[in-house]
Design a protein around this ligand. Sequence first.
Ligand code: FES
Length: 577
Amino acid sequence: MHDDTPTGLRSNLTSYGDPEFALFLRKAFIKGAGYGDDALDRPVIGIVDTESGFNPCHGNVPQLITAIERGVMLAGGLPISFPTISVHESFAHPTSMLLRNLMSMDTEEMLKALPVDAVVLIGGCDKTVPAQLMGAASAGKPAIQLVTGSMLTGSHRGRTVGACTDCRFFWGRYRADEIDADEIAEVNGRLVGSVGTCSVAGTASTMAAVSEAMGIALPGSASPPAVTADRMRIAEATGTRAVGLARERLTIDQILTPAAFDNAFRVLLALGGSTNALVHLAAVAGRLGYALDLEAFDQMGRETPVLVDLKPSGSHYMEDLHRAGGVQRLMLEIRDQLNLEALTVTGRTLGEELADAPAPFPQEVVRPLADPVHRGGSIAVLRGNLAPAGAIIKQSAASPALLEHRGRAVVFEDAADLAERIDRDDLDVEAEDVLVLRNIGPVGYPGMPEAGYIPIPRKLARAGVKDVVRISDGRMSGTAAGTIVLHASPEAAVGGPLALVRTGDTIALSVSGRSLELEVGEEELVARAAEVADRVRDVPQRGYAKLYVDEVTQAEEGCDFRFLQGNEVVGSVPRRH
Ligand code: FES
């Protein structure tokens, strides 16, 4: 932006062929809503309102908007909120991931269309923050992220519980007949203690943490729970700072630099965060022309132990992390591994902000580097003839005994096949087998649902089996745990090798060797590929679903649409040292 760029209500005028008339008309309409001339001369701060009756994770958005507006007006700006679509994990058929790119397009186009000098993005539930960062990165205006904050934990028969690691834990016990229908119904009312996002290191918490690490959200803003005074004060401060961003014209590309992405990946790993964040960060980076370097990420993982004792890799909840000092406490612990010169939305560097962070005190949630929760890095990148473009495993949430494993493949063709057969008593499956689920990738499902967390077959669960090796081209919730290989790329639906596996084949997984191999001869695989290529697949023929399958990229490119990515690749992240 140049200094003579129109600001406030004068920006982004509607094209009537007469700019003065366009402004005259715009003011006439908004004055009809009760605004006076003084208000209309102020910097305009847009507030993206993602409240929805179908999104309990955003249930505090009205209160947040009030606090943001207060902050904006205290700083002399004019706050104006406007809606975009809002996506909740459990209220999005067939999967929220299908709608993430739509929400990013909605966000981008509204930011481009409206006369906002800066914008506060209120996100929270898994896909919303990625969608907003993708859209805002493409729109290029000054932007600041505010997350809704985590929900409170609940209590079930004396045990602290929280969504959604404990949802899965208790559901697993119910499937194994360890608890009855009455108890699972009771648990259902205990898991979610309030509005807000999932209370463990799932995707929402991870994206909140990486937003703070990237400097696109205020220092200390990731961890306050949704219904606390801390959360409201952060909202007020976010509104105030948005006015500064507008006045300084501090655009998002000055914040989301390669140094900022390095910090995001580092915090993702040290947090033991969600594997989904890797896909989302690839998509956000891709908007700015940075390609994800999986090898550099794997190398970073080898140097970055998991320090935060949060479920599902550990034992605490987000509210515990907040009391322990939040993401700043974590970043102080890995200070030497961060790019401290990265600029944040405060206008100061990350290093300057950390120097002013609250002094560390004894606590049990963020461990010191010398005593990590998991030494090996939380997410490892695998390659091999089953995933030539990569696959990942969250090794910190896996069973150590299964990280090096050879077993017989038991193949499920798609999610429907899995649902039909997984609980049958006649399913031919043993604890040492490797469960393979295909056609749940970006194109295959479509939308790459979180179906990679293949349930333990009921007959094995009843026999006490808690974990088996599972492989898919899908994703898994950040709240889930197990020895689960995800994002196998290219996916089966676009001809990836997962399509060639047959029940009875042998698969070898070596996390230490970073390999995933199908032990079938090359000649046989070529013959199978020819057979698979002849199969006709059902693909959407209209509407957004058609756009999605026509344009979506694979996991390592963030599952973004090709036409939304940056015009050219200008670098890769994380950077190699
Ligand atoms: Fe919204 Fe988990 S369902 S954050």
